[in-house]
Write a protein that binds this ligand. Sequence first.
Ligand code: ATP
Length: 291
Amino acid sequence: MKLCAHAPAKINLFLDVGPVAPNGYHPICSVMQTVSLYDIITVETSVQPGIMLECPGSFLPCDSKNLAYRAAQAFFDESNIKNTGIVMTVEKRIPVASGLAGGSADAGAVLLLLNTLFDKPLSKDALLQIGGRLGADIPFCMTGGTALCSGIGDKLFPLSALDPATVVIARGGADVSTAIAYGMLDEKYSMQMPGMPHMWEKLGKEGFAYASRSEFYNIFESVILPHHKEAAAYKTILENAGACAAMMSGSGPAVFGLFDDENDAKNAITKLEQAGAGAWLCKTCGGVQVI
Ligand code: ATP
């Protein structure tokens, strides 16, 4: 049997970071949203034992350095399924190392697909826990939609879905190392704890539809945008093209804009491409879709 899923990228509508904890992790408070820019994942049983991964057209490694591969290993360890063979393909569409959690999306989709392929040996909670051990963003990528995330991003509070919106994502210029970006925050700020109570109050009173217009915030912009001219320029293009909000996602360098008017969004794509960006038109959406 062969199964296929769409694994959507995430954007951060709000992202605040607190001071590094003794365990080396930074606490975060974030409103995350999945969008319909997705990788395509297939899994299939094989007579050849072991995990075989292919990433056609991508430079990514296809061994245990790949999060999709590690997710499959963790699934077999945890479910105690032995001597099985699977072939997986990861067709990358989400730009790599961009702040869009593409690797986490792939890993989450692999966990859900394998659990379906092998007749559900693990509960949804067990799968979320495996995901959380592999990467902080993975539980959110498995659940998707709109959620407030705390801890290191692994504690989820689902929110009512944001009104459907058209999203333009733009990416170009140098990669940003997430670890270096956190280091830059440590250097610039003696950071307060992230704004959970503030966000809860805001979300309780107004819901995120309101907050999305006035409360978009990403602390990483203050350390990345001054040095990343492409990301800063693409954000300005999105704003000038009529985005009701435009911001960097995660530690960047991808930036996104939310548009009320789809024609404005399409014009933004043209302008971004003229400026040399990779640009994608998509919509807010739910989590991993098994198709
Ligand atoms: P993060 O914020 O978690 O660092 P990101 O969203 O910025 O992630 P990803 O596309 O997830 O970026 O890639 C992060 C790193 O993970 C890259 O350096 C990449 O080589 C590695 N990686 C491993 N497996 C994958 C995968 N399946 N897809 C993308 N990147 C992967």
